[in-house]
Design a protein around this ligand. Structure first.
Ligand code: 4AD
Ligand code: MG
Length: 460
């Protein structure tokens, strides 16, 4: 019976036990009578060493010639190797070559640049960097579910096709079945979406928040975890057109409750990944960011900073000579400012709170000062904005007035406004960009390298 390499390493069988393993050769080395294969089966980050001998294998020469990437089944005996890097190796009784990889296989045994590997998303998960990144991704996703489930949050599925623009930024991908070469028009020349599939215009969701609020006002505490789409034309290392977002929403909660929950969640996920992906994290520490482990370990017990937008602007203004885009009260903070705050001033994650209402979304709760809203972004070193969130405007009249002020069509949002008419309650929530969390956890500087099949502006 076939055994996973992970199982072999975590509970080594007795010396001499016969086992069967399947995997892909990472390297094959040989001398005249003896050869060595580094075998990976994907179940863990470490490779298993296979020793094969000319005296035992009829196909010795074929095995010795098999290229990197060849798939094979090995039957052999466990040889415990105390003191060596790995606890055991396999002495092969037979090596069956399943599919010999030809020499034009692009992943040879040398370091390839991430740019080169981006051209082959179907092969790059076989490399150390991407194997580590995508396993951390899987483990972090599991940790997020675990955190929310264990804290009484209900996991809800919000629609990917919607008619609303939650963030009001107009960065939506349209969904239509209309013939683009022959669009139906109304009398005034506009596209007639009443003839479209849903009888209205629709788009891919930019956020599940609005539907999440409806669910929170039934379940109390909910979270979403799903794909999100933004047609942002920004070609940056931290924007993808398709990314995954976690959006918790809590009834009877305010801005501080959101920040407390978000801080606890991020710490939990960091701790969980450090514990469950030690090999992968050691790899990132070695090859991507030498201070990564020390920093993340310290963070699990540290307190994140909190500063108001107004105070942050005062702090940043002192360094305006260093910024391309000068800071003054009222401007939206740019990545350069966000990174300066978290990397140079606070040197740890920081929540910036109470932004001017003009630069934030319509649903955010207005503060007493009439100028700011109860919003907060969590900024982290190396990435910038990791989380955006707020307390929501739960007062019907104020919400309606704000939507009208912004020229929104309230008839599109009657269901959302109903939530403020039927048992309204203060509530708050946030959105965590999952890819940015993985960048933060691994030190990988480009979002294209933490998504298995990235979709970014300009093509894929
Ligand atoms: O700040 P954003 O736009 O907030 C919202 O969408 C709210 N509706 C969330 C909520 O309160 N429920 O986006 C939230 C996070 C950002 O902080 C960022 O981490 C990530 O989503 N994000 C992106 N990640 C990758 N590519 C993009 N194009 C992203 N846009 C936002
Ligand atoms: Mg934001």
């Amino acid at each position: 019976k076939r055994i996973d390499i992970k199982a072999l390493f975590s509970a080594p069988p007795a010396d001499g036990t016969t086992v069967t393993v399947c995997g892909w050769a990472k390297t094959v080395r040989d001398s005249k009578n003896i050869g060595f294969i580094e075998l990976s089966d994907g179940t863990c980050f470490k490779n298993l060493q296979i020793v094969f001998e000319a005296g035992k294998l009829e196909n010795y020469k074929d095995v010795a010639k098999a290229g990197v990437g060849t798939s094979m089944q090995v039957v052999g005996r466990v040889v415990l190797t105390p003191g060596a890097k790995q606890p055991l190796e396999i002495n092969a009784d037979s090596v069956e070559l399943l599919d010999v990889c030809p020499s034009d296989y692009p992943l040879q045994k040398k370091r390839h640049s991430v740019e080169f590997l981006r051209t082959m998303p179907h092969l790059r998960p076989r490399t150390n960097t991407f194997a580590a990144a995508f396993r951390v991704r899987s483990t972090a996703a599991y940790a997020i579910h675990k955190f929310f489930q264990e804290n009484g949050f209900v996991y809800v599925h919000t629609p990917l096709i919607t008619g609303s623009d939650c963030e009001g930024a107009g960065e939506m991908f349209r969904v239509t079945t209309l013939d683009l070469n022959n669009l139906p028009r109304t009398e005034d020349g506009k596209v007639d979406f009443s003839q479209d599939f849903f009888g209205r215009s629709t788009n891919l969701t930019v956020s599940g928040q609005l539907e999440g609020e409806a669910m929170a006002l039934a379940f109390g505490k909910i979270y979403t975890f799903g794909p999100t789409f933004r047609a942002e034309n920004s070609n940056t290392p931290r924007h993808a057109a398709e990314f995954w977002m976690i959006e918790p929403e809590m009834a009877f909660a305010d801005l501080t409750d959101y920040m407390d929950n978000a801080e606890a969640m991020v710490k939990y996920v960091i701790g969980y990944v450090l514990e469950h992906c030690p090999d992968e994290m050691a790899f990132f520490n070695q090859f991507f960011d030498k201070g990564l482990l020390e920093r993340l370990n310290a963070l699990v017990n540290a307190e994140f900073a909190r500063v108001s937008y107004t105070d942050a602007v005062e702090l940043l203004k002192e360094h305006n000579d260093q910024f391309q885009y000068k800071v003054e009260w009222g401007v939206d903070l740019q990545t350069e400012h966000e990174r300066y705050l978290t990397e140079q001033i606070f040197k740890k994650p920081v929540f910036v709170t109470d932004y001017p209402k003009e630069i934030k979304s319509f649903y955010m709760r207005q503060n007493e000062d009439g100028k700011t809203v109860a919003a907060a972004d969590m900024l982290v070193p190396g990435v910038g904005e990791l989380i955006g969130g707020s307390q929501r405007e739960e007062r019907y009249d104020l919400l309606k007035a704000r939507m009208e002020e912004l020229g929104m069509d309230c008839t599109d949002y009657t269901w959302y406004m109903d939530l403020r008419r039927f048992g309204s309650a203060k509530h708050a929530g946030y959105g965590l960009g999952f890819e940015r969390l993985i960048m933060y956890l691994t030190g990988i500087p480009n979002i294209r390298d933490v998504l298995p099949f990235p979709r970014t502006a300009g093509g894929f």
